[in-house]
Design a binder for this molecule. Structure first.
Ligand SMILES: [Fe+2]
Length: 282
């Protein structure tokens, strides 16, 4: 495991720890799925796990580390690479004795990976089946530990639907110090530059301004252009001083930065390279 450590000041009643992991990309399929899915699984397994079982090995290592330390796992999505019975069974089995919370990533609802424009209607095709593998609501979950509100928001393809903003607003209005966990990071200039300078065609962040996305390929521009509801949600996040930090994944590379409103944002790298972040909440 490639473990990093950070500490966040939250005025917790008592300090506690969390283990943040993300983007495990488990890629199994079996006879219950069709041939196309089994073919997809072969290629994706080679890419993410390979002969040394990287994805499963690091995931299982992080679960046993957290269990030994008695700390809660927070997973910010893409635990599975695509929807399959074998992937969901694996997730359910591995997590059955684990103290965890998870927010969905975009891959949780991916039927064949990249075969369709992914939006809420696409997600709806597998939402119930995927949700059945997890104990908490993978769209939106809030849990208070030692006076700190842990708020997890599922992935909505670079958008925040109004219903999520309403739930977030209700949680933030409780007035507790809060930590936000979500799959896709929010736009921040340094993060945008870091991803774009790495040669990516777009920054894969939520809420990038028009002048920053104008250069994206057309399909990525359409995918990542924030709508009014999304901008409203981002305004809400930025206006709440009780949000002490944001944790995300999706980019597969680790990064730490600060939003223009002053909230620190930590991106944890892909689990198949062993990345994990131990957070001490003080
Ligand atoms: Fe991912």
């Amino acid at each position: 495991m490639n473990l990093s450590y950070i500490s966040v000041k939250c005025e917790a009643e008592k300090p506690f720890k969390l283990l943040h992991i993300t983007d495990t990309h488990i890629s199994f399929a079996d006879g219950r799925d069709d041939e196309r899915k089994n073919k997809l699984a072969e290629g994706r397994y080679r890419a993410f796990s390979g002969s040394d079982r990287r994805a499963e090995r690091y995931f299982e290592e992080s679960l046993s580390y957290a269990a030994k330390q008695g700390i809660k796992i927070i997973h910010t999505g893409d635990l599975i690479d695509f929807v399959s019975y074998a992937n969901l069974d694996y997730a359910r089995d591995m997590l059955k004795d684990t103290d965890y919370l998870i927010a969905s990533g975009n891959h949780e609802f991916s039927l064949y990976v990249g075969e369709a424009f992914e939006d809420e209607a696409y997600r709806e095709q597998s939402r119930e089946l995927v949700q059945s593998a997890f104990r908490n609501d993978i769209d939106f979950t809030a849990e208070v530990i030692n006076g700190v509100n842990l708020i997890l928001i599922g992935d909505f393809y670079y958008r925040f639907p109004k219903r999520i903003t309403e739930r977030l607003c209700a949680e933030l209005n409780r007035g507790l110090p809060a930590l936000l966990f979500m799959h896709t990071p929010l736009y921040e200039e340094g993060l945008y530059d870091y991803i774009m300078q790495g040669g990516a065609p777009c920054a894969y962040v939520t809420g990038a301004p028009e002048d920053k996305i104008a250069c994206y390929p057309r399909n990525r521009y359409i995918q990542q252009k924030p709508d009014i509801d999304t901008l409203e949600c981002i305004e809400l996040i930025k206006s709440h001083s009780n949000i002490k930090a944001i944790f995300a994944g999706h980019l597969h590379k680790p990064y730490a930065g600060v939003l223009d409103c002053g909230i620190p944002q930590y991106v944890t790298g892909i689990q198949t390279n062993g990345y994990a972040l131990e957070i001490t909440v003080k």
